[in-house]
Ligand binder design. Structure first.
Ligand code: SDX
Length: 428
């Protein structure tokens, strides 16, 4: 709904007026869709001030450290709901009734197996292949198994793909881990919860059933919830852009996995733990903080900073509490936590970090919890991708349900050569 207008004038001459649209919360937006007809484009590399879409799924207020999924605060969801309930909320818009939850849980549970032929995809990887490389490839290949449900204009087929992806990601993730350590794949079990099932597929072996600790399962489920969705982040925007061309949902999610892998995004949790291990002890922190502040040094403190949160990441607050609970319950004294806590204390007091509003983000504590659970560092981003699949597919579904959806096609500021005469090679 247009409430007021923004006038663009250049050198004192009014070029055009543009409607200002108001959402239900957050910044108003200037609707510049007709700007091209006036001979101008906007210029916003990295999309620091660009709304790419209209969405009702997740709201973030970076200044106040607010994160809400369909209006429900992340703190409430993390402590009062399980991950599958959060999946239902993200996909459907409202908290489920008990019978809706039970039906959804049964649907997901009964889609956890993968086609037996998918097992052979892993055989082509070298043993030291990164699990993210395997997950990215195998998820993209899923589309070759489901020809009947790929009509993206059909809401029930979109939802069936969403259920399949949410259900199968843990199975594929665990298969990537098992392949990387040379152990046989473990089939899912329908009598276990989503988090318990993932841990079972990760750590059971034919010779011995893995006893799932309720504490570990609860922490795993909370990590899934805290990573479920986050508005228009890089990987979600990648999924939306891929989906805008009409690509099938499995290809779109594979694109999201690829984008998440970067160390500036979902790869930060793996990079953060590697950094903490490299720092090694509290005595070395000052040296690394100085490197992070040095303009001539590309080193950054992984797990710090955020494009949107300029106060604190509410997920990091919940993750910090969970981190202490897990380490206490499992009676683990992890020196890396000492390094992490001291690094957090220093960074929160240091003028450089305070002035640039660099606070611990969701990736800072998740790595320590995952390590305490026994998850190898190379699997951290895979777990992030598993958790974020519901967010990606919810945004994909929302985009395709909106009328008049156009293919995403940004423009550019061209700075190259123009109108050059081409001299054929044998004349040059
Ligand atoms: C995730 O978008 C999302 O929602 C992402 C996510 C999600 O749930 O999907 O929340 C998940 O990706 C969390 C972020 C994980 N990444 C890291 O922890 C990697 C380390 N952090 C950064 O690289 C950085 O902070 C970003 C990428 C997260 C944000 O980068 P911005 O917003 O583009 O900010 P910037 O790079 O322009 O940095 C602003 C200033 C710069 O200094 P100046 O050029 O102004 O002098 O802050 C500095 C940067 O050099 N800076 C850091 C820093 N992060 C930014 N300096 C040291 N250490 C850091 N971590």
């Amino acid at each position: 709904m247009a409430d007021s207008k923004a006038s663009l004038s250049i050198d004192g001459k009014v070029i055009a007026d543009f409607p200002i649209l108001t959402g239900s919360a957050g910044f108003d937006v200037i609707d510049i869709r007709t700007l091209g007809s006036h001979g101008y484009f906007t210029y916003d590399p990295g999309f620091l001030a660009t709304a790419s879409c209209e969405s009702a799924i997740t709201f973030i207020d970076g200044g106040k450290g607010i994160l809400q999924h369909r209006g429900y605060a992340i703190d409430d969801l993390a402590k009062k709901a399980d991950y599958l309930e959060v999946c239902y909320i993200l996909l459907n818009g409202d908290a489920p009734t008990k019978s809706q939850y039970d039906e959804f849980k049964s649907t997901i549970t009964n889609h956890t197996m993968v086609h037996e032929k998918l097992v052979h995809f892993f055989q082509g990887f070298l043993p030291d292949a990164h699990p993210m490389a395997m997950v990215c490839a195998v998820v993209g290949a899923l589309s070759s198994f489901y020809h009947s449900d790929l009509d993206i204009n059909e809401p029930t087929q979109r939802m069936r793909s969403a259920h399949r992806l949410i259900a199968k990601m843990p199975t594929i993730a665990a298969m990537a881990y098992k392949y990387s350590i040379g152990q046989p794949f473990v089939y899912p079990r329908n009598d276990l919860s989503y988090a318990e099932n993932f841990l079972h597929m990760m750590f059971s072996v034919p010779a011995e059933e893995y006893k799932v600790s309720p504490t570990v399962a609860a922490a795993m489920d909370r990590i899934f919830t805290l990573h479920a969705d986050h508005e228009q982040n890089a990987s979600t925007s990648t999924v939306r852009l891929a989906g805008s061309s009409g690509a099938n949902p499995y290809a779109c999610i594979a694109a999201g996995v690829a984008s998440l892998w970067g160390p500036a995004h979902g790869g930060a949790n793996e990079a953060c733990l590697t950094m903490l291990e490299e720092i090694g002890s509290v005595d070395n922190i000052a040296k690394y903080v100085a490197k992070a502040k040095d303009k001539n040094d590309s080193f950054r403190l992984m797990g710090f900073g955020h494009r949107v949160y300029k106060n604190f990441d509410p997920r990091a607050t919940v993750m910090r509490e969970t981190c202490h609970e897990v380490l206490k319950e499992l009676n683990i004294q992890d020196p890396l936590l000492d390094v992490a806590m001291e690094l957090e204390r220093i960074a929160l007091e240091d003028e450089y970090f305070v002035s640039k509003k660099l606070y611990p983000n969701v990736d800072f504590y998740s790595g320590i919890i995952l390590k305490a659970i026994g998850i190898p560092t190379s699997m951290f981003t895979v777990i992030f991708a598993m958790s974020r699949t519901v967010g990606w597919i919810s945004h994909w579904d929302e985009m395709l349900s909106q009328p008049g959806q156009k293919i995403g096609r940004p423009r550019q500021k061209y700075t190259g050569e123009i109108n050059r005469t081409f001299v054929p090679l044998d004349e040059r």
